[in-house]
Design a protein around this ligand. Sequence first.
Ligand code: AMP
Ligand code: ZN
Length: 476
Amino acid sequence: MTEITLYNTATRRKELFEPLDPTNVRMYVCGPTVYDRAHLGNARPAVVFDVLYRHLRHAYGADHVKYVRNITDIDDKINATALARKNAGAEGTLEELVHERSDQTMAWYLEDMAALGNLMPDHSPRATQYIDEMKAMIEGLIARDHAYEAEGHVLFRVRSYADYGKLSGRSVDDMIAGARVEVAPYKEDPMDFVLWKPSTDDLPGWDSPWGRGRPGWHIECSAMAYELLGSSFDIHAGGNDLTFPHHENEIAQSRCMGHDFARVWLHNEMLQVEGKKMSKSLGNFFTVRDLLDQGVPGEVIRFVMLSTHYRKPMDWTKGKAREAEATLRKWRAIAEGADDGRVPKAVVDAVSEDLNTPQVLTEMRRLAKVGDRSGLKAAGSLLGLLGDALSDWDWRRVMTSDGVVQFIGDGDERHGALARDVGSKWMRLRIEKNYPEADNLKAAAEAAGLLLRDMKTVVQAEMTSAFNPAKLEALK
Ligand code: AMP
Ligand code: ZN
């Protein structure tokens, strides 16, 4: 059996992973709040924990792993987006607009995550489908004196759970001192958090013993995890921005209901862009879809994500994307047509060592170098790379350069030589300031399927689908 070690936030050390039941390994990952397109940072947990899912399936058998990633479709941000649309003149009631927005965003999310090569989780529960289960849990907490009703709200009594703060390593008093807790007159203690809150008539709401309202975010995950994975399960994961308060609150709610809840807690570090925090005000905020639309292949995004260990801050840079693309072109050319072999032991060992994906990529570089095609392919499968799912980009185009002319095309040396001859001639004409003839040559080359571009120090010659060697031969 593969020995897997994982860093458990709850114990602050790497532990040997021992599932409660090896025939039913269970993991829960906090999914998106569906109010807008997923930004690049949101893709990090989806990709990282998809690799964990693949690895567990590899180790325990595909039928023995259950992966739940929820969809938070009840949230003030969704309501705010819908309200903005209504104010801008969109048709329909606010409630209809809220549903429209969350349906649309969920579809976008699933589409974008698939474009990054992520497998679909076994369950993607939506919070709105589990309202009864949430209400039952809230009633249970009230009955056990861990929660109380106040002015249409139900609040969790944080001081009633002695272990509160253990996951994130804070004491309740520290948290009060440093936290942005909402002080409200109806709270017994400022730390107490909302399990249920009232809804106005125009917003989505559900009848309950505490009036018409909606659940708080934290109880959603506790209830859905319990319904789909049971009172104790193996892994709970998400970004480290969720450790406190979201995961701390999930633990408090579930434990106070007598559930053991998750045993291993995994948290990915945050993603940055070119060394800076991604934020709308810095203008470096972008979505997964923005990158895909700019022509960055999903496979390249995935590769870059996996080139940093999930517990380190990761930096998205254009340079990394270019390097990843070049490597993937090479690897795909090598692995093309190869059957998946056994996953090489060094690769299994690296993933097993707290998901050391950068080490796997190093190992794949070695496999590519020695020409182990099926080993490379199999290692790729474990990371979700080099497969059919992400093959729909023009990875066959290779870039060759003789220093003056850079050829972007199919890698056929005769085509490269032709492109270099035509490209050099174009450059000579421009150096001689013979612009009319240079322009004529450029137009003729384009008609023959070769785009010429002046890149200051080099000429770039890119092959198109109209590439015609005979016509280009005549232009040399
Ligand atoms: P949200 O929709 O904000 O609840 O986030 C969905 C998931 O994305 C959560 O697991 C977050 O922890 C994670 N996440 C949000 N921002 C980032 C970021 N910049 N880098 C990595 N993960 C992030
Ligand atoms: Zn959650």
